[in-house]
Ligand binder design. Structure first.
Ligand code: UD1
Length: 357
């Protein structure tokens, strides 16, 4: 079996870290393609380094552009690689522009596409990640779901064939790398265990609206009066803070560059709480036993909000939610929602038994 994986943005590189080891174990040939959607050292290379992922065989050098340009350029360049390599299957991950571009190329060339992290759905329907998920699921042949809820979401849309509940690859990675989490990051940042909050904000609906971003920063600033706030900042958010002239709101927040996976998990592990609009981080908080305030109108990881582990928040409610969340009663069993830490192994086993070559 010849397999081609397409990655490009931070969360995909993280997911690849588990699967590439599984492919190696089974002697399956994986050709690794990086679209170049994320290109800064802290957004891409550092993950290859700390997670010990081999260098990509191809880098499409797509970089930042409008959504159409990024998706189109990835498709054009990726198609060339696919036509040259003739893979038996194409793997795409998550919900980025890279994911959708890879899925369209595969489907049009009649090469089966496997979507890792299929079936996640959330409002607003017009957010880029949601558009990418829905379309990718529609044209994928194998849909590997991280949760039972994801399987049900697909069922509601009439997609039942090729759907597998595997558990979440990010949970596999969390368990595998836990012994190596860089918890002494807190000393470097002059923080004390349990006496700070970790925040990340980067979604377009939060960063590109002046009012929403202002609201979020004002709320975080209010929280700094009670507890320290550490903010590893995504390049887009940094850019917007500059453009909107919001630096005054961030002077009490500890703004730092984006962190590598082991440092970020070390920071979360020792924190009091997480405030985020990242799909990945709201789950990683739960893996680490921390609650999260999710600054989104909805989440793809509804199991955690339904159980009152995490809470959703409007930008202007963050401080109130911060006071409520610790007293929330957990309403149902929140153990093992994301599988048993063997999602990667299951993906590879399903692929091996389905693709005869
Ligand atoms: C993308 C994904 C999102 C994922 C996130 C993780 C899409 C639609 N969204 O969002 O699902 O949660 O990655 O980080 O694909 N930039 C840099 N350096 C980089 C990368 C980006 O400066 O290495 C800046 C550029 O100004 C760019 C902006 O960040 O325009 C946004 O990057 P982009 O890749 O479009 O989306 P993300 O917000 O990172």
């Amino acid at each position: 079996m010849k397999l081609l994986s397409l990655i490009g943005a931070r969360p995909q590189i993280i997911k690849e870290a588990i699967l590439n080891k599984e492919f190696e174990k089974k002697g399956i040939k994986e050709i690794l393609v990086h679209s170049g959607q994320h290109y800064d050292f802290n957004m891409s290379d550092v993950f290859f380094k700390v997670l010990n992922i081999r260098k990509a065989d191809y880098n499409l050098g797509v970089g930042s552009a409008t959504h159409a340009q990024m998706t189109a350029k990835t498709m054009i360049e990726f198609e060339k690689v696919v036509l040259k390599e003739h893979p038996d299957i194409i793997l795409v991950y998550g919900d980025t522009n890279t994911t959708l571009a890879g899925a369209i190329v595969g489907a049009k060339l009649k090469i089966p596409v496997a979507h890792v992290e299929a079936g996640i759905r959330q409002e607003p329907k017009d957010m880029p990640e949601e558009i990418n998920r829905v379309l990718t699921d529609r044209i994928s042949k194998y849909l590997f779901c991280p949760s039972e809820l994801a399987v049900n979401n697909l069922k509601k849309e009439g997609i039942t064939e090729g759907v597998y509940f595997t558990g979440d690859i990010m949970y596999d990675l969390f368990l595998k790398m836990k012994p190596y989490f860089k918890e002494d990051i807190i000393d470097e940042l002059n923080l004390e265990e349990n006496k700070y909050i970790v925040t990340t904000i980067h979604r377009d609906f939060n960063t590109d609206s002046k009012e929403k971003l202002e609201s979020i920063l004002k709320e975080l600033d209010k929280i700094t009066k009670e507890i320290k706030v550490v903010f590893p900042i995504h390049p887009r958010t940094k850019k917007r803070i500059g453009e909107f002239n919001f630096n005054e709101y961030t002077k009490n927040i500890l703004l730092i560059e984006p962190l590598d996976y082991l440092s970020m998990m070390g920071l979360v592990q020792k924190s009091h709480l997480v405030i985020t609009d990242s799909g990945g981080l709201q789950k990683e908080a739960y893996f680490a036993g921390k609650k999260a305030i999710v600054v989104m109108p909805d989440t793809g990881w509804r199991e955690l909000t339904q159980a009152s582990w995490n809470v959703l928040s409007e930008p202007n409610e963050i401080k109130n939610k911060f006071h409520h969340i610790m007293s929330n009663e957990i309403s149902s069993n929140v153990e093992n929602i994301y599988g048993d830490g063997k999602a990667g192994e299951k993906v590879v086993t399903y692929l091996e038994s389905n693709i005869v070559k």
